[in-house]
Design a protein around this ligand. Structure first.
Ligand SMILES: Nc1ncnc2c1ncn2[C@@H]1O[C@H](COP(=O)(O)OP(=O)(O)OP(=O)(O)O)[C@@H](O)[C@H]1O
Length: 235
């Protein structure tokens, strides 16, 4: 493994109109690492994922992936470099079959052959391969979203609140899947409100409050940090 971080944010800011949503974020992640991103509603977690993946462009700062600046690249080029993400609200092709959704993602990214059956098994949809995606439950569609991201052979995977609404057994399955991806060298940034779930997969978290990085370290230490406590319970 290289000692250089896979991804580095350097003073990244994002504004929507007069509202500063990300305020000079700087952090990095190495291959095979899982980084948790937590914070109250509206603190900028999804926006962080959106600027890394190219859904939005940063207004200031640099985003380096394997040492290369990507902050001005469009989403499809970022995906082809090996960064992909899941969405809080699933975005699969609802009229297509489950397997076709994954095949389309693999073809679009053009990042080499992937084992579609292995992906289907990993996301728990092997028995639904021929189902129409729109007929799946929302939780299954979230898994399909993850499968579509995996089909692009990512080196960095951004996971946006996958845990909400899942039962403990499903959460356990996802935790094991994410850990196995990290063991294969994929870096993961996981946005999550379910701290027990996060605790199972990582001990490094960044806590955001109103777009600012308030804390970086273990979840346990975060829970004792006065700035973090103030952000969550309002001073
Ligand atoms: N496209 C947009 N246009 C305008 N404002 C936006 C846009 N996207 C996000 N925001 C605002 O940016 C702020 C941060 O939103 P973001 O979705 O990143 O927060 P979050 O931490 O992911 O919240 P949650 O936990 O509720 O998902 C919020 O005030 C939100 O209303």
């Amino acid at each position: 493994m290289s000692s250089e971080p896979l991804l580095r944010l350097d003073g990244v800011s994002k504004r929507f109109g007069g509202l500063t949503v990300l305020d000079r974020q700087s952090f990095s992640i190495s291959e095979g690492e899982i980084l948790g991103l937590v914070g109250p509603n509206g603190s900028g977690k999804t926006t962080t994922i959106n600027v890394i993946s190219g859904v939005h462009q940063a207004d200031a700062g640099r985003i380096l992936f394997e040492g290369r600046e990507i902050q001005r690249l469009p989403l499809y080029r970022i995906a082809r470099l090996g960064i992909n993400r899941s969405f809080q609200v699933p975005k699969c092709f609802r009229a297509m079959r489950v397997r076709e959704n994954i095949e389309v993602a693999a073809t679009f990214a053009g990042r080499g052959a992937v084992d579609i059956d292995e992906i289907l098994a990993g996301i728990g949809l092997a028995d639904h391969a021929d189902a129409i995606a729109g007929a799946l439950t929302v939780n299954q569609q979230k898994m399909l979203d993850l499968g579509r991201a995996l089909a692009t052979n990512p080196r960095l995977l951004l996971i946006d609140e996958i845990g909400a609404g899942l039962n403990p057994a499903e959460l356990g399955g996802i935790a094991e899947l994410l850990k196995s991806l990290a063991a294969r060298g994929i870096a993961l940034i996981v946005v999550e409100h379910l701290l027990d779930f996060l605790n199972r997969i990582t001990d490094r978290v960044i806590v955001l409050g109103a777009g600012r990085m308030l804390f970086e370290g273990s979840l346990k230490a975060a829970s004792r940090d006065p700035d973090v406590v103030a952000a969550f319970i309002g001073g």
